[in-house]
Design a protein around this ligand. Structure first.
Ligand SMILES: O=P(O)(O)O[C@H]1O[C@H](CO)[C@@H](O)[C@H]1O
Ligand SMILES: O=c1cc[nH]c(=O)[nH]1
Length: 287
């Protein structure tokens, strides 16, 4: 058993985790993860009952019951750095005893489902479709601090080669979705490899006033398949979720509402409606 000091694992005076402000008795095994805090009530409105509502910074959490089973929804805000906080604290809430600060003897595995928006980088994947990230490749710097490991990690040497092909200057990492959860979402037939970008503009091939140092980045990513898999879409969290989930022993899947097609330059005319449909579809599959 490992002990975690009060500065490694910070526990608030009310016994809750430092950023999420969730107590161990409140957290559920089944959790929906969204980016936008305002998306949380759009998910929990379908719960039969909401027992707990928590709000700290961008982290809004509702816990309740759906069809007799406990369920939660938590917002992470934007980006892989926030995912690092959310998954470290969620894992601590179920796998560390907050009274003794020791790891628990029995490991608990969470079922985690991201419902997010994303841009397509293949002409053949139009706006207003839903896509499961079968795997995701992370362009952020988390892998330089964490030795991600687990059966769902993508091969590092193959990723290095691929990153060189698209002339990306720093190492990337990648991981797959939970096979168990992919089976649960058969109602979404479209699967793809997702690029998780460390920003919204230049890191996703967008130019506003600041010019990108890698102007061909998006076109190269869309053209060069990784191990035969075309990169289908781009967003900002999935690779981090997948890498932490497999490393910490949790089931994780990311479902994307495709709002933009970066090749045809189309944007959805009803983004809110698309997300609501994805929420309903996901909750139907869970229930
Ligand atoms: O809709 P969400 O879940 O926020 O996801 C996508 O939208 C945000 C950018 O607008 C990024 O977080 C990206 O991953
Ligand atoms: O193009 C897009 C659309 C949604 N979210 C992203 O990160 N990129």
């Amino acid at each position: 058993m490992t002990y975690f000091s009060p500065t490694d694992l910070i526990i608030n005076p009310d016994g809750s985790s430092y950023h999420l402000a969730i107590r161990p008795d409140q957290v559920t095994d089944q959790i929906i993860l969204v980016g936008d805090p305002e998306r949380v009530p759009k998910v929990s409105q379908y719960f039969d009952r909401i027992d707990v509502k928590i709000h700290k910074r961008e982290f809004v959490s509702h816990f309740g019951e759906l069809n007799g089973k406990r369920i939660g929804v938590i917002s992470s805000g934007i980006g892989a750095d926030n995912v690092e906080i959310v998954l470290n604290e969620l894992d601590a809430l179920v796998n560390i005893d907050f009274d003794t600060r020791l790891t628990k003897n029995l490991h608990k595995s969470l079922n985690l489902i991201r419902l997010g928006t994303s841009g397509s980088i293949q002409e053949s994947i139009p706006v207003d479709t839903f896509l499961i990230s079968e795997a995701a490749i992370g362009f952020d710097n988390l892998a330089q601090f964490y030795g991600f490991l687990g059966s769902n990690m993508l091969d590092e040497a193959a990723l290095d080669l691929w990153a060189k092909t698209i002339q990306y200057p720093i190492p990337v990492y990648g991981a797959k979705a939970s096979a168990k959860l992919i089976n649960q979402f058969e109602s979404i037939p479209l699967r793809g490899y997702t690029l998780t970008a460390p920003g919204f503009y230049a890191p996703q091939g967008r130019t506003v006033r600041m010019k990108s140092l890698l102007p061909n980045f998006l076109m190269d990513v869309s053209a060069y398949a990784f191990e035969g898999n075309l990169i289908t879409n781009i967003e900002m969290e999935t690779a981090a979720y997948y890498a932490f989930a497999t490393s910490l022993g949790h089931e994780m899947i990311s479902l994307n509402a495709i709002l933009a097609n970066r090749i045809t330059h189309e944007f959805s005319t009803n983004p809110e409606g698309q997300m609501q449909k994805l929420i309903e579809l996901a909750l139907d599959s869970i229930a």
